[in-house]
Design a protein around this ligand. Structure first.
Ligand SMILES: [Zn+2]
Length: 474
């Protein structure tokens, strides 16, 4: 220690502990901590695997001299340091089910080509162990701290976030922190996300018209672009043949895949689109909206016209909300986007499901009435199913400045601040960002078969976390 300056070769400190780090990670990965609520007990509300993984973290923390706490068997923490102020690292030890097609045992934690393969390797057990060793290095080097550092371990991130909901009802909120549960460099802004449905009101029966929209189905999830649409139409043979002929032209003109089949007086049309995540709807082809586009102008009965009309007038080829008058854009987090994820019409009843992602400086209280007023014209009501407000830590916040400085020093790369349409675990912290552990340009393997973490990246992340936690808490 010279002039009060502490120089630590962070990566060397990590290398010294490499074998133990890998062994601990392998042991954690061998626990199949998938949510299981078949036979919940007070001791294991989310199943035996999850309990085992949480216990593993707390036991390892205790072994290493951290103070630990189990919060209702669904979350816990490991703490070190001293002082009023608290710095948080938010991790999770639950994993999604392994799925099929693995080249080796998904819970074997086999090492091949410098990678550890297992469900949870990158999401989020690898980063969790990296953060644990980061804390341990600070502790073992005896570096002086003026704040406490606390690792918060959740067990329900992949499902309902009941772990952090409960945890922060009972426990202290860190003044700043990060979640190593996404990508490097730093995600500092996450859009607001609202899921809502537009549902037709009850209205009187009407006389049957010659051409009737019997049913329309497209999409199953609000946050995915639907890749298939199916419509059934009834009418005179002549009319059905005309529509069928026009449909074939429509498919050809747009190079779409689809089919039409006429059976008695019933015509069935199907269309294939391209499914992508609902945060970037323009990258896909929305089969339901394209089908609605084709059906515009068919002289359906009133209820059918209402359904097709709304989709055409307010949704088709407009994922930015221009037609609804809700388009919005800010410098921090970009544009408002809208994905029409489900569309259904049956027995005269329509239901349209939308996943809306809005920028951090936009207010849903302004957006919602505008959409409702458009829906009013079509006798539909808006029901919010789910809503998360935007999350944002400003660029000049000390947390961001510190993480950027550490990242720049250790990687030599410029730590660009990212804004995303999705939600990360970091948003459950008041002042929290997502910080790693996947490095830029590396393939996204979370939730996929043959999930892995590269050992070199694991060690690099550990060194970055160690310095970051030290700088934040010193
Ligand atoms: Zn995760």
């Amino acid at each position: 220690m010279e002039g009060g300056l502490i120089m630590v070769e962070w990566i060397e400190e990590v290398e010294k502990r490499k074998d133990d780090l890998i062994k601990d990670l392998q042991n954690l990965l061998r626990i199949r901590s998938v949510l299981d609520e078949e036979k919940p007990t007070d001791d294991a509300p989310f199943g035996i695997g999850i309990k085992e993984a949480l216990d593993f973290m707390l036991k390892t923390g205790e072994r290493n001299g951290f103070s630990i706490k189990n919060v209702d068997q669904i979350a816990g923490h490991l703490e070190m340091g001293q002082g009023e102020d608290l710095i948080g690292v938010l991790c999770h030890v639950d994993v999604v089910p392994e799925g099929d097609g693995w080249s080796s045992d998904p819970f074997g934690a086999e090492i091949r080509d410098g990678k550890i393969f297992a469900r949870g390797a990158i999401d989020d057990k690898g980063p969790t162990i990296a953060a644990l060793y980061a804390m341990q290095i600070i502790k073992e080097l005896g570096l002086p701290l003026s704040k406490r550092i606390r690792m918060i371990v959740g067990t329900d991130e992949e499902s309902n976030w009941r772990c952090v909901d409960r945890y922060f009802k009972k426990e202290e909120m860190p003044s700043a922190g990060f979640a190593p549960d996404a990508v490097f460099p730093i995600i500092h802004a996450e859009k607001g996300i609202a899921d809502f449905e537009l549902v037709s009101r009850e209205h009187r029966n009407e006389e049957e018209l010659e051409t009737e929209l019997l049913s329309f189905q497209s999409g199953q999830r609000l946050n995915m672009v639907p890749d298939r649409a199916l419509a059934e139409i009834k009418g005179s043979n002549q009319m059905m043949e005309q529509i069928s002929g026009r449909y074939k032209e429509f498919l050809d003109q747009n190079s779409f895949q689809g089919s039409s089949s006429l059976n008695e007086e019933k015509l069935t049309l199907s269309l294939e689109g391209i499914s992508v995540h609902g945060s970037e709807p323009d990258k896909g082809i929305n089969a339901g909206l394209q089908m609605a586009g084709f059906l515009k102008g068919v002289p359906f009965q009133q209820k059918g016209l209402t359904f097709i009309g709304f989709l055409n007038d307010f949704m088709l080829n407009d994922s930015k909300g221009n037609k609804l008058g809700v388009a919005f854009k800010d410098e921090i987090s970009g544009e408002l986007t809208m994905n029409v994820g489900t569309m259904s019409f049956s027995k005269g009843f329509s239901k349209i499901g939308v996943n809306l992602r809005y920028p951090v400086s936009c207010d849903f209280k302004v957006v919602q009435p505008k959409i409702q007023s458009a829906a009013n014209k079509y006798q539909m009501d808006l029901h919010v199913i789910d809503h998360m407000v935007p999350h944002h830590v400003p660029k000049d916040h000390e947390l961001i400045q510190t993480l950027q400085a550490v990242y720049r020093e250790q990687t030599g790369e410029e730590p660009e601040l990212l804004a995303i349409g999705g939600g990360t675990y970091a948003r459950s912290l008041d002042a929290g960002v997502a910080f790693g552990a996947l490095f830029p340009g590396k393939p996204e393997v979370a939730h996929e078969k043959d999930e892995y973490i590269e050992i070199e990246d694991l060690l690099k992340a550990t060194a970055i976390y160690a310095q970051a936690l030290y700088e934040l808490a010193k």
